[in-house]
Design a protein around this ligand. Structure first.
Ligand code: C2E
Ligand code: CA
Ligand code: CA
Length: 340
């Protein structure tokens, strides 16, 4: 965590600070939960002037926030490098839109019984001018933090609609395209009206678009997200709950969700067919979905044995390298035409 060994007594003082903020503060009979993050820089090791020490303490506080709040971090040089690379990335991200460096890859989703393609998940890639192809895990978290995910997500939806039209018109494709929607987008007050505009100008039926929303979104704001998802469902979009099983959403919230599909996370498919934990979790999700009249799709299927296990245990749909890796549109069209 830090390059300085704080003496035990100082560490104890810091822990006491944190403990004070762990219980809620009561004002006018109302409880307020306050989280705290501390950043520490030390004179003379981290700077000679108040400005530099303040700046470094601020950088360290930022790292404490990133570490999940209610903690402290002591400044070290690597943190400044981190700040610089984040700033560079922020500048690059803005240029990426202007220079059209984003691209959508598509991964097929199939019926596990018939092996018919039912949909494609759109997965964003960044063709960076010097770093090459950058995976979403390396730029989505920062894009969310900067709220840049809002225009980026809208671009994804527009592009997915345009690509869907190409698939429909050139290949007679009658399936859907699934688009990932970040919690930051869903919380944005303009999201629904912007989605409506995109879908209208693209002349695509919302029935052919599936919105993948992660389970964590529902946990962080159950009321708000249920209300917004209800509107989207009313507009006839299909909704899938992504990364299902990785959070702890309450059954009562789940019951109220206008969701068509639960997506079993790859982490519960990895040890199938023999791992007992993954057997228990995947079959429990399938039964839960059935009880709530939702269907299930498993992601990250890499072997025939995983696919067979899931199909035999009632999982309706699947996606993974066993069928195809995500590919650019032109390659996915070749893949699709070789199956027809
Ligand atoms: P996700 O939505 O859970 O997507 C599934 C990820 O698993 C994808 O990684 C996919 O390429 C990968 N995957 C699929 N099948 C297999 C398999 O058989 N084996 C292995 N090892 N991996 C498999 P990818 O494309 O790197 O995307 C990572 C995450 O980035 C996605 O996770 C999603 O949360 C996010 N993401 C991607 N595109 C978008 C987007 O347009 N908008 C938003 N908000 N998030 C996106
Ligand atoms: Ca997804
Ligand atoms: Ca996942």
């Amino acid at each position: 965590m830090d390059n300085i060994d704080l003496e035990g007594s100082r560490r104890e003082v810091l822990q006491k600070f944190i403990q004070v903020f762990e219980s809620p503060f009561t004002v006018d009979d109302k409880d307020f939960n306050v989280s705290m993050s501390m950043g520490i820089s030390r004179y003379p090791l981290h700077g000679q002037s108040i400005e530099t020490l303040n700046q470094h303490a601020d950088t360290a506080m930022y790292e404490a926030k990133l570490a999940g709040k209610n903690t402290f971090r002591i400044y070290c040089e690597a943190m400044s490098l981190n700040v610089i690379s984040r700033m560079e990335m922020e500048i690059d991200l803005k240029a990426a839109v202007q220079f059209q460096q984003f691209e959508l890859y598509y991964q097929p989703q199939l019926c596990l019984k018939t092996h018919k393609v039912v949909g494609f998940e759109a997965l964003i890639r960044w063709n960076h001018p010097t770093k090459g192809l950058v995976a979403p895990d390396d730029f989505i978290p920062l894009s969310e933090e900067l709220r840049f995910i809002i225009p980026m997500g809208l671009w994804v939806l527009k592009q997915a609609c345009a690509d869907l039209k190409i698939l429909q018109e050139t290949m007679g494709y009658d399936g859907y395209i699934a688009v990932n929607v970040s919690g930051i987008q869903l919380e944005d007050s303009d999201f629904i009206s912007q989605v409506q505009k995109v879908i209208e100008s693209a002349e695509v039926s919302p029935k052919k678009i599936e919105l993948e929303v992660t389970e964590s979104v529902i946990i962080s704001d159950p009321k708000g997200s249920i209300a917004r998802l209800n509107i989207l469902r009313g507009m006839e979009f299909n909704i899938a709950l992504d990364d299902f099983g990785t959070g702890y959403s309450s059954l009562s919230d789940l019951k109220k969700l206008p969701v068509n599909k639960l997506k079993i996370d790859k982490s519960f498919v990895d040890d199938l067919p023999d791992g007992e934990d993954d057997q228990a979790i995947s079959t429990a999700i399938i039964s839960l979905a059935k009880a709530m009249k939702m269907s299930t799709i498993a992601e990250g299927i890499e072997t025939e044995a995983q696919m067979t296990y899931l199909a035999q245990n009632g999982c309706r749909y699947g996606q993974g390298y066993w069928f195809s890796k995500p590919k650019p549109l032109a390659e996915i069209m070749d893949w699709l035409s070789s199956r027809i």
